[in-house]
Design a protein around this ligand. Structure first.
Ligand code: PLP
Length: 383
């Protein structure tokens, strides 16, 4: 008999762990819209479910798949990546200190700097890649959470998860990693010592730009995780049953989509590295990227589908290039099967760390030759 624990990631994903739908043995789960479950005359709930705010059966399979993929002990789905991230931050108590990198997903950074701080969470931002600054930022007895994102939006800095985990453990704190861009097909942060992995499942996990979702996976079901669970259960930032069903459907093709997007991104990165229209290609897969050595250590099966191009000629030309792209759609977000382009500095606005000449590309699964030709024609027309 097959030892299911030894099956490859691709097999587990394609079969979503091989679960069968309980009533009819369907290979695809049903959609369970009921918000409430019957209680027996004796007061028990034989189904083990009371109310669907966070007990909907449609969460079970995607959560189990994520747990398995990340090597965790428990997983939770949320209504968005942001609500997943906030469930972790809000597990802190007023007066607790947390550390986050200066380059990270813009909206979360903004929330931390504004609402998070007003709520009494003390936050230090440290330069990505600077381990000395990380150690110096620790406030003994107060630092309870390290938040990292790798590769980090939108310049794709790569931070060393095991080095951060060591500092976090020495401080008696938790390390949470936003691994949205790497996906569990490329990096498994728990293997490198992280306590919690976070995903904007809106991106690669779902992969089709049609579901907003988030996920957390924990290495251990400890007290901190207990507080995160209360935040979901009481806060109710949960995914609807149909969205959970769609997410599982998307996750079945995760491995193949991530593999293709990585191959395409690498082809684009190599083609435009040293190109006369391009000032710099920011992609962890390139030998010249400053995080390449760490990337080799903690990323496998490719370097992901996200890269940025810094355009020669500054902001004006970068905007003009984006305007002339035809296959890359000008839209925010990432991780879908279709390629997107975004001028991040103008989206992030005041206080952005993003260079004004930078175009962020979310590389999809189209033909790499078509994508390269699209960028070439846009550069040529703006020359
Ligand atoms: N983390 C990263 C790296 C992201 O790119 C995003 C969204 O763009 C988020 C978190 C937030 O996710 P969501 O939009 O699902 O709330």
């Amino acid at each position: 008999m097959t030892d299911k624990r030894k099956l490859s990631r691709e097999t587990k994903l394609a079969q979503a762990l091989g679960w069968l739908e309980s009533s009819h043995k369907g290979v695809i789960p049903g959609i369970y819209p009921s918000t409430t479950y019957e209680r027996e005359a004796d007061g028990n709930y034989p189904s083990g479910r009371i109310y669907s705010r966070d007990q909907n059966p449609n969460y079970d399979q995607p959560e189990q798949v994520l747990c398995d993929l990340e090597g965790g002990s428990d997983a939770l789905l949320f209504s968005s990546g942001m609500s997943a991230a906030l469930a972790v931050v809000q597990a802190l108590r007023p007066g607790d200190h947390m550390i986050a990198p200066s380059v990270m997903y813009w909206s979360l950074r903004n929330w931390l700097k504004t609402v998070g701080t007003e709520w009494g969470i003390d936050i230090s931002f440290v330069e990505n890649g600077n381990l000395d600054a990380l150690k110096e930022a620790v406030v003994p007895g107060k630092t309870k959470l390290f938040w990292m994102e790798t590769p980090a939006n939108p310049t794709w800095e790569v931070d060393d998860i095991s080095a951060w985990a060591e500092v976090a453990r020495a401080a008696g704190a938790h390390l949470a990693v936003d691994s949205t861009v790497a996906t569990p097909c490329i990096t498994r942060p728990i293997e490198h010592g992280a306590h919690i992995v976070m995903h904007s499942a809106t991106k690669y996990l779902n992969g089709h730009s049609d579901v907003l979702a988030g996920a957390l996976i924990t290495a251990e079901e400890d007290d901190f995780w207990g507080r995160v669970k209360v935040n979901r259960n009481a806060g109710g930032a949960v995914l609807g049953p149909f969205e959970s069903w769609l997410l599982l459907r998307g996750m079945r093709t995760l491995a193949i989509r991530v593999e293709r997007a990585s191959v395409n991104a690498m082809a684009i990165a190599r083609h435009f590295d040293g190109h006369d229209g391009i000032k710099a290609v920011l992609y962890p897969g390139l030998e010249g990227h400053k995080g390449h050595d760490i990337a080799l250590k903690q990323m496998s099966s490719g370097f992901g589908g996200m890269l940025s191009l810094r355009i020669n000629g500054g902001e004006k030309r970068a905007m003009a290039v984006a305007a002339r792209l035809e296959l890359f759609k000008r839209a925010t977000s990432l991780g879908g099967v279709e390629s997107l382009v975004e001028h991040r500095a103008s989206i992030e606005g005041e206080g952005t760390h993003c260079p004004p000449d930078l175009l962020r590309l979310s590389v999809g699964i189209e033909s790499p030759d078509d994508l390269i030709a699209d960028i070439e024609q846009a550069l040529k027309e703006t020359n």
